[in-house]
Ligand binder design. Structure first.
Ligand code: SAM
Length: 252
């Protein structure tokens, strides 16, 4: 198995593939002005196995296109949707977020939890904007510094992993520069990282290593995740996922 296949295998049976919670999804949704009589079109980009897709489907009158690069996650989401009788509200699409086949102004809401970093926040905002109706909303979570200055160890780690990491004010400025007005922002809580993401992940390590015969690639994956967990726990005052909700303004 290649490293990417192993990574998918490691994450596919998890409830979620990144920090988050139903409460966070609902909180972000609460900033959006919704007409309950209208059937909305929503795209959930980088949906993974769809924890947030399911929450959105349960709480919105609309049709969701759930997009991911990897079919294994989408198959999992389809199964979850079926069990919950939500298949009519969710359709899946195996596509890159950098090459979305959507029409101009097709969507009322663009949603993306913990995934926009794959193409970069600014590039995602710029590229996806055209798919959103005027006065439609974008809701994205993105790794964000909580303070202006940080200890060197964590600064260097994240600048290496994702150089676009920045403060919330810098991310909001990007939204504003691209014709959005912010309507809501919050940081994900520690529970969304530890209880909902890292704790369940740590419980999967042994089975995963056994399943793959303690291969070097499997061991490297576990080591990297362990390092990330340790760094998060040490420096959680300095970073979190920020959840940004913004409205697309009419063109000037
Ligand atoms: N939104 C889910 C959640 O919060 O549980 C998944 C977040 S996970 C950290 C990032 C997701 O982005 C993965 O499911 C991954 O397969 C997907 N992804 C990575 N690169 C992508 C791309 N170029 N286009 C679409 N999805 C991509």
């Amino acid at each position: 198995m290649t490293e990417i296949e192993l990574l998918i295998d490691f994450h596919v049976n998890a409830e979620r593939q990144g920090p988050g919670s139903d409460e966070d999804t609902l909180k972000a949704l609460s900033f959006i002005d919704i007409n309950p009589d209208k059937t909305l079109r929503i795209a959930d980009i980088g949906c993974g196995s769809g924890a947030q897709t399911i929450t959105l489907a349960k709480n919105l009158n609309g049709k969701i296109t759930a997009v991911d690069l990897f079919s294994d996650f989408l198959i999992k989401l389809e199964k979850r949707a079926k069990v919950l009788n939500l298949e009519d509200k969710i359709s899946t699409l195996e596509k890159s977020m950098e090459d979305l086949p959507f029409a101009k102004e097709e969507y009322d809401i663009l949603w993306s939890e913990g995934a926009i970093y794959n193409m970069g926040f600014e590039s995602g905002i710029k590229n996806w904007k055209k798919f959103l109706k005027t006065c439609g909303y974008i809701a994205v979570s993105e790794i964000t510094w909580k303070t202006k200055n940080r200890p060197k160890e964590i600064e260097e780690h994240w600048n290496n992993e994702y150089p676009e990491i920045d403060t919330a004010s810098a991310k909001i400025e990007i939204l504003e520069e691209n014709g959005f007005t912010p309507v809501g922002f919050f940081f994900l809580s520690e529970n969304s990282w530890v209880e909902n993401y890292y704790d369940p992940m740590e419980k999967r390590f042994d089975d995963f290593l056994n399943k793959h015969g303690n291969s070097d690639v499997a061991k490297t994956i576990v080591e990297k995740e362990n390092q990330e967990i340790a760094l998060y726990k040490k420096y959680k005052d300095y970073l979190s996922y920020g959840f940004y909700v913004a409205k697309k303004l009419p063109a000037e």
